[in-house]
Ligand binder design. Structure first.
Ligand SMILES: Cc1cc2nc3c(=O)[nH]c(=O)nc-3n(C[C@H](O)[C@H](O)[C@H](O)COP(=O)(O)O)c2cc1C
Length: 201
Protein backbone atom coordinates (compact mmCIF):
# COMPACT_ATOMS: atom_id res chain seq x y z
CA UNK A 1 0.00 0.00 0.00
CA UNK A 2 1.12 3.55 -0.68
CA UNK A 3 1.52 4.47 2.98
CA UNK A 4 1.68 8.21 2.22
CA UNK A 5 -2.04 8.22 1.38
CA UNK A 6 -3.36 5.70 3.89
CA UNK A 7 -6.84 6.77 5.01
CA UNK A 8 -7.75 5.45 8.45
CA UNK A 9 -11.35 4.30 8.98
CA UNK A 10 -13.09 3.33 12.22
CA UNK A 11 -15.51 0.43 12.01
CA UNK A 12 -17.42 0.12 15.29
CA UNK A 13 -18.44 -3.56 15.19
CA UNK A 14 -20.81 -5.02 17.82
CA UNK A 15 -18.91 -8.32 17.66
CA UNK A 16 -15.43 -9.19 16.45
CA UNK A 17 -15.38 -10.03 12.70
CA UNK A 18 -12.77 -11.07 10.13
CA UNK A 19 -10.37 -8.25 9.17
CA UNK A 20 -11.06 -8.81 5.44
CA UNK A 21 -14.67 -7.81 6.11
CA UNK A 22 -13.99 -5.18 8.74
CA UNK A 23 -11.31 -3.29 6.84
CA UNK A 24 -13.02 -3.15 3.44
CA UNK A 25 -14.43 0.20 2.42
CA UNK A 26 -15.34 1.93 -0.83
CA UNK A 27 -12.91 4.68 -1.78
CA UNK A 28 -13.29 7.12 -4.66
CA UNK A 29 -9.56 7.78 -4.91
CA UNK A 30 -7.21 4.93 -5.77
CA UNK A 31 -3.48 4.36 -5.99
CA UNK A 32 -1.91 4.87 -9.42
CA UNK A 33 -0.50 1.32 -9.16
CA UNK A 34 -1.87 -0.61 -12.11
CA UNK A 35 -3.98 -3.77 -11.93
CA UNK A 36 -2.91 -6.55 -14.31
CA UNK A 37 -5.11 -8.80 -16.43
CA UNK A 38 -4.07 -11.70 -14.19
CA UNK A 39 -5.28 -9.80 -11.13
CA UNK A 40 -8.60 -9.05 -12.83
CA UNK A 41 -8.96 -12.74 -13.67
CA UNK A 42 -8.12 -13.67 -10.07
CA UNK A 43 -10.99 -11.44 -8.91
CA UNK A 44 -13.32 -12.97 -11.50
CA UNK A 45 -12.25 -16.44 -10.36
CA UNK A 46 -13.27 -15.61 -6.78
CA UNK A 47 -16.66 -14.53 -8.08
CA UNK A 48 -16.93 -17.62 -10.24
CA UNK A 49 -16.97 -19.86 -7.16
CA UNK A 50 -19.82 -18.01 -5.47
CA UNK A 51 -22.93 -20.03 -4.70
CA UNK A 52 -26.02 -19.31 -6.80
CA UNK A 53 -29.59 -20.50 -6.91
CA UNK A 54 -29.63 -23.87 -8.77
CA UNK A 55 -26.00 -23.13 -9.72
CA UNK A 56 -27.39 -20.96 -12.56
CA UNK A 57 -24.54 -18.44 -12.23
CA UNK A 58 -26.66 -15.67 -13.79
CA UNK A 59 -23.83 -13.10 -13.86
CA UNK A 60 -21.99 -11.60 -16.82
CA UNK A 61 -19.11 -9.17 -16.31
CA UNK A 62 -17.70 -6.75 -18.90
CA UNK A 63 -14.25 -5.66 -17.72
CA UNK A 64 -11.78 -3.05 -18.89
CA UNK A 65 -8.32 -1.93 -17.75
CA UNK A 66 -7.49 1.79 -17.70
CA UNK A 67 -6.07 2.95 -21.02
CA UNK A 68 -8.14 0.50 -23.07
CA UNK A 69 -11.22 1.05 -25.20
CA UNK A 70 -13.40 -1.21 -23.04
CA UNK A 71 -12.59 0.84 -19.92
CA UNK A 72 -13.63 4.01 -21.76
CA UNK A 73 -16.82 2.39 -23.04
CA UNK A 74 -17.81 1.34 -19.50
CA UNK A 75 -16.87 4.79 -18.16
CA UNK A 76 -19.10 6.45 -20.78
CA UNK A 77 -22.11 4.46 -19.50
CA UNK A 78 -21.72 5.69 -15.90
CA UNK A 79 -23.95 8.39 -14.49
CA UNK A 80 -22.39 11.85 -14.32
CA UNK A 81 -21.91 11.70 -10.53
CA UNK A 82 -19.89 8.51 -10.81
CA UNK A 83 -17.93 9.85 -13.80
CA UNK A 84 -16.77 12.55 -11.40
CA UNK A 85 -14.54 10.06 -9.58
CA UNK A 86 -14.55 6.63 -11.27
CA UNK A 87 -11.85 7.67 -13.74
CA UNK A 88 -9.45 7.36 -10.78
CA UNK A 89 -9.96 3.59 -10.89
CA UNK A 90 -7.54 1.23 -12.64
CA UNK A 91 -10.26 -1.20 -13.69
CA UNK A 92 -13.97 -0.82 -14.40
CA UNK A 93 -16.63 -3.50 -14.62
CA UNK A 94 -20.21 -3.48 -15.86
CA UNK A 95 -22.11 -6.27 -14.10
CA UNK A 96 -25.18 -7.88 -15.60
CA UNK A 97 -27.65 -10.61 -14.75
CA UNK A 98 -29.56 -13.00 -16.94
CA UNK A 99 -33.18 -12.36 -15.94
CA UNK A 100 -34.74 -15.65 -17.04
CA UNK A 101 -34.10 -19.30 -16.27
CA UNK A 102 -32.46 -21.13 -19.22
CA UNK A 103 -34.83 -23.55 -21.03
CA UNK A 104 -37.73 -22.19 -19.00
CA UNK A 105 -39.70 -18.97 -19.59
CA UNK A 106 -39.78 -18.17 -15.87
CA UNK A 107 -38.06 -15.19 -14.32
CA UNK A 108 -35.01 -15.96 -12.17
CA UNK A 109 -36.06 -14.07 -9.04
CA UNK A 110 -32.72 -14.77 -7.40
CA UNK A 111 -30.44 -13.44 -10.13
CA UNK A 112 -29.73 -10.12 -8.37
CA UNK A 113 -29.15 -11.95 -5.12
CA UNK A 114 -26.62 -14.19 -6.88
CA UNK A 115 -24.80 -11.26 -8.50
CA UNK A 116 -24.53 -9.85 -4.98
CA UNK A 117 -22.93 -13.08 -3.78
CA UNK A 118 -20.55 -12.99 -6.76
CA UNK A 119 -19.53 -9.43 -5.89
CA UNK A 120 -19.19 -10.29 -2.23
CA UNK A 121 -16.63 -12.98 -3.12
CA UNK A 122 -14.90 -10.46 -5.41
CA UNK A 123 -14.76 -7.84 -2.63
CA UNK A 124 -13.26 -10.29 -0.14
CA UNK A 125 -10.67 -11.56 -2.64
CA UNK A 126 -9.83 -7.97 -3.61
CA UNK A 127 -9.42 -6.98 0.03
CA UNK A 128 -6.94 -9.84 0.50
CA UNK A 129 -4.93 -8.34 -2.41
CA UNK A 130 -5.13 -4.77 -0.99
CA UNK A 131 -7.41 -3.85 -3.90
CA UNK A 132 -10.41 -1.66 -3.12
CA UNK A 133 -13.77 -2.06 -4.86
CA UNK A 134 -16.38 0.68 -5.22
CA UNK A 135 -19.65 -0.64 -6.58
CA UNK A 136 -22.12 1.59 -8.43
CA UNK A 137 -25.82 1.49 -9.10
CA UNK A 138 -25.31 4.70 -11.09
CA UNK A 139 -24.88 3.26 -14.57
CA UNK A 140 -27.15 3.98 -17.53
CA UNK A 141 -28.27 0.39 -17.90
CA UNK A 142 -30.02 0.90 -21.24
CA UNK A 143 -26.97 2.55 -22.73
CA UNK A 144 -24.72 -0.24 -21.39
CA UNK A 145 -27.14 -2.88 -22.68
CA UNK A 146 -26.81 -1.48 -26.23
CA UNK A 147 -23.13 -0.61 -25.98
CA UNK A 148 -22.14 -4.18 -25.10
CA UNK A 149 -24.74 -6.02 -27.22
CA UNK A 150 -26.64 -7.63 -24.35
CA UNK A 151 -29.79 -9.49 -25.43
CA UNK A 152 -33.14 -8.36 -23.93
CA UNK A 153 -33.15 -11.08 -21.29
CA UNK A 154 -30.12 -9.50 -19.59
CA UNK A 155 -30.06 -6.47 -17.30
CA UNK A 156 -26.96 -4.41 -16.57
CA UNK A 157 -27.44 -4.03 -12.84
CA UNK A 158 -24.30 -2.33 -11.55
CA UNK A 159 -20.79 -1.16 -12.28
CA UNK A 160 -17.68 -1.49 -10.13
CA UNK A 161 -14.44 0.48 -9.88
CA UNK A 162 -11.20 -1.17 -8.73
CA UNK A 163 -7.86 0.17 -7.61
CA UNK A 164 -5.24 -0.39 -4.97
CA UNK A 165 -5.90 1.40 -1.70
CA UNK A 166 -3.68 4.42 -1.11
CA UNK A 167 -5.08 6.99 -3.53
CA UNK A 168 -4.62 10.70 -3.02
CA UNK A 169 -7.94 12.20 -1.86
CA UNK A 170 -6.85 15.61 -3.19
CA UNK A 171 -7.91 14.43 -6.66
CA UNK A 172 -11.56 14.55 -5.49
CA UNK A 173 -13.99 17.50 -5.41
CA UNK A 174 -14.32 19.07 -1.97
CA UNK A 175 -17.56 17.21 -1.01
CA UNK A 176 -16.23 13.82 -2.06
CA UNK A 177 -12.88 14.49 -0.43
CA UNK A 178 -14.63 15.25 2.86
CA UNK A 179 -16.55 11.97 2.64
CA UNK A 180 -13.39 10.08 1.67
CA UNK A 181 -11.57 11.33 4.75
CA UNK A 182 -14.47 10.79 7.20
CA UNK A 183 -13.17 8.42 9.85
CA UNK A 184 -16.27 6.76 11.24
CA UNK A 185 -18.22 4.25 9.15
CA UNK A 186 -21.83 3.63 10.19
CA UNK A 187 -24.38 0.85 9.99
CA UNK A 188 -27.82 0.12 11.40
CA UNK A 189 -27.73 -1.68 14.72
CA UNK A 190 -28.33 -5.45 14.62
CA UNK A 191 -31.42 -4.83 16.76
CA UNK A 192 -32.94 -2.83 13.85
CA UNK A 193 -32.82 -5.65 11.27
CA UNK A 194 -32.40 -9.03 12.99
CA UNK A 195 -35.17 -10.57 15.11
CA UNK A 196 -35.16 -13.80 17.07
CA UNK A 197 -38.94 -13.92 16.58
CA UNK A 198 -41.50 -11.68 14.85
CA UNK A 199 -40.73 -8.79 12.53
CA UNK A 200 -40.61 -5.47 14.35
CA UNK A 201 -40.70 -1.96 12.91
C1 LIG B 1 -25.16 -2.11 -5.26
C2 LIG B 1 -24.41 -0.88 -4.84
C3 LIG B 1 -24.59 0.31 -5.52
C4 LIG B 1 -23.85 1.45 -5.18
N1 LIG B 1 -23.96 2.59 -5.97
C5 LIG B 1 -23.10 3.60 -5.79
C6 LIG B 1 -23.02 4.66 -6.74
O1 LIG B 1 -23.71 4.67 -7.79
N2 LIG B 1 -22.15 5.67 -6.50
C7 LIG B 1 -21.33 5.69 -5.39
O2 LIG B 1 -20.54 6.63 -5.27
N3 LIG B 1 -21.36 4.67 -4.47
C8 LIG B 1 -22.21 3.63 -4.65
N4 LIG B 1 -22.22 2.56 -3.78
C9 LIG B 1 -21.33 2.55 -2.60
C10 LIG B 1 -22.12 2.65 -1.32
O3 LIG B 1 -22.58 3.96 -1.15
C11 LIG B 1 -21.22 2.18 -0.14
O4 LIG B 1 -20.95 0.81 -0.28
C12 LIG B 1 -21.92 2.43 1.21
O5 LIG B 1 -22.03 3.81 1.45
C13 LIG B 1 -21.16 1.80 2.37
O6 LIG B 1 -19.84 2.28 2.39
P1 LIG B 1 -18.60 1.27 2.44
O7 LIG B 1 -18.70 0.39 1.21
O8 LIG B 1 -17.38 2.17 2.39
O9 LIG B 1 -18.71 0.48 3.69
C14 LIG B 1 -22.95 1.41 -4.09
C15 LIG B 1 -22.79 0.21 -3.39
C16 LIG B 1 -23.49 -0.92 -3.76
C17 LIG B 1 -23.24 -2.22 -3.01
Amino acid sequence: MDQSNTIEKETPTEFSIHPLIKERWSPRSFSEKTISEKEVKTLLEAGRWAPSSNNLQPWTIIWGIKGTETYDRIFNCLHKFNQGWAGNAQVLWACAIRKDIPNNDKENFHALHDLGLFMSNVCTQAESMDIAVHQMAGIDFKKAQNEFNFPDNYHVATAAAFGYYGGNPDVLDDDLKEEELKKERSRKKQSEFAFNGNFKK
